[in-house]
Design a protein around this ligand. Structure first.
Ligand code: SF4
Length: 230
């Protein structure tokens, strides 16, 4: 498998925040979010080739049962189904962090961490027109999101830049036509440092208080910024 990096750290986002976890970051992504915090994982040619055996062995060396398979877009990675199955069968709790644009196809998964991309993710003129168009056309797949919701324990994470993003989240939840527990809807501020978060936090907390959504901090960025491997 093409792997961008592996590391042992604490989960910084979501309902499992704070738990020591082994991270496996696959290489390659089908999207190109404007605010992506792991741009080095875009490229399918980045990272190195790893066998599933070596990844499983590395995971098992760490004193935690929590594993996070992330990206890039992990559902693109060849071998992802075998890797996830080996880890779940081995007693690990496996979170798959995906933008939910690709079907699960029966993947073994303890928690599907779904992060559908809102309009605020659309890149600007810094990327070629074709890349922007591919992102716009591919970023939101309601049918795929429903497949994940219907078959897995999940959390829905949204990166929020402004109040209009929250309205977009509410419209998407309505359009999905599923009974989504608001506690499983996580709103997190866009930003790469504390200053960036601060400007957005008040609006997000107000929406959480009104709707019952969960405010989601980004602990790993507060602690480590955008440093790789932490
Ligand atoms: S889906 Fe994730 S890895 Fe891909 S561009 Fe968006 S933020 Fe970056």
């Amino acid at each position: 498998m093409r792997i961008s990096e592996t590391f042992y750290s604490i989960q910084g986002e979501g309902t499992l925040a704070g738990l020591p976890s082994v991270f496996i970051r696959t290489a390659g992504c089908n999207l190109r979010c404007r605010w992506c915090d792991t741009p080095y994982a875009y490229r399918q040619t980045g990272g190195s080739e790893r066998t599933i055996d070596s990844l499983v062995e590395e995971v098992m060396r760490h004193p935690t049962r929590f594993v996070v398979i992330t990206g890039g877009e992990p559902m693109l990675a060849e071998g992802i189904h075998d890797l996830a199955k080996r880890l779940v069968d081995g007693g690990r709790h496996v979170t798959i962090e995906t933008a939910a644009t690709l079907l699960p196809r029966g993947i073994s998964c303890s928690l599907a961490s779904l992060s559908p991309k809102l309009k605020n993710s659309i890149p600007g003129t810094e990327v070629p027109v074709a890349v922007r168009r591919r992102h716009e056309e591919g970023r939101l797949k309601p049918d795929v999101i429903r497949e994940w919701l219907d078959h897995y324990d999940y959390q829905l994470k949204f990166v929020v830049c402004s109040g209009s993003d929250i309205a977009e989240v509410i419209a998407l939840l309505d359009a999905l036509g599923r009974s989504v527990d608001p506690e499983k809807v996580l709103l997190m501020p866009e930003g790469v440092d504390d200053g960036g978060f601060a400007a957005k936090t008040d609006g997000i907390i107000a929406a959480c208080k009104e709707r019952g959504f969960r405010y989601c901090d980004r602990l790993h960025i507060r602690l480590y910024g955008q440093t790789r491997g932490r």
